[in-house]
Design a protein around this ligand. Sequence first.
Ligand SMILES: Nc1ncnc2c1ncn2[C@@H]1O[C@H](COP(=O)(O)OP(=O)(O)OP(=O)(O)O)[C@@H](O)[C@H]1O
Ligand SMILES: [Mg+2]
Length: 270
Amino acid sequence: MRRVVFNQKGGVGKSSITVNLAAMAASQGKRTLVLDLDPQCNATQYLLSAKFPDGHERYDIRPNVGQFFAQTLSFKLKESSLADYVHASPFAHLSVIPANSELMEIEQMLESKHKIYKLAGALKQLARDYDEIFIDTPPAFNFFTLSALIAAESCLIPFDCDAFSRRALYTLLENIEETRQDHNEDLFVEGIVVNHYQPRASLPVKLVEELRAEGQPVLKTTLSSSVIMRESHEKSLPLVHLAPRHKLTEEFTSLYDELQALQHQRSTKR
Ligand SMILES: Nc1ncnc2c1ncn2[C@@H]1O[C@H](COP(=O)(O)OP(=O)(O)OP(=O)(O)O)[C@@H](O)[C@H]1O
Ligand SMILES: [Mg+2]
């Protein structure tokens, strides 16, 4: 399954959810890949921190996805396979294609040269080697997120339960539908995953109920807020390795199981 984790709103949990679901899949023996398309490089840093020198601000693990895109701009170069950009992570069955901070610098050039389908072609080939591919995206509807939505089969939407996020969610769902119609008829919204959920606070509960009543695909599993997430980032240890019995880890297990069950339902319906 090629899955993009996307919401153009910042800080909703895209990178945290991408990495922790991927680590969960890998811990169950699935051949798993994380593709980082965000120049902030958070997923890359989370999984490959050992490759960053201490205090190094510019993320430049080589080879990286920026180099993959850059080579598509030169018609003289033979097109390389995405497999050439894969790094092993410290965790069994889990590999990473790192981002780099130069992605931003080449974005306009890629756009003007219409390279929007390059990732899709390369990722479909690479997908034969993996059971699960998770794509982390930047907080913007830009060249890289559109490339990811064209390359993916499903889109998982993290949602952080406030009124601004709700407005952004409708725009996001429209953008995904437009992408499906114009570029990728296989794309579907796998679900909206509510992050930072507070089951005892009335506003978030009401908001989630309203979204469900509207027929939005809000997943059953919700993720609570916990400081363990920050610790997990700091130690570069996904929750399944840092705190396998923690409540938030158990919620990630339920989320992964729910996504697997939905996937199974879809494949049997076809
Ligand atoms: N369930 C959670 N509990 C506590 N902290 C969380 C949780 N989910 C995310 N965070 C924290 O919130 C911050 C933003 O999370 P994250 O970086 O995953 O969001 P993002 O959507 O990828 O952000 P960006 O849009 O900048 O890429 C991080 O500091 C992360 O540790
Ligand atoms: Mg992020």
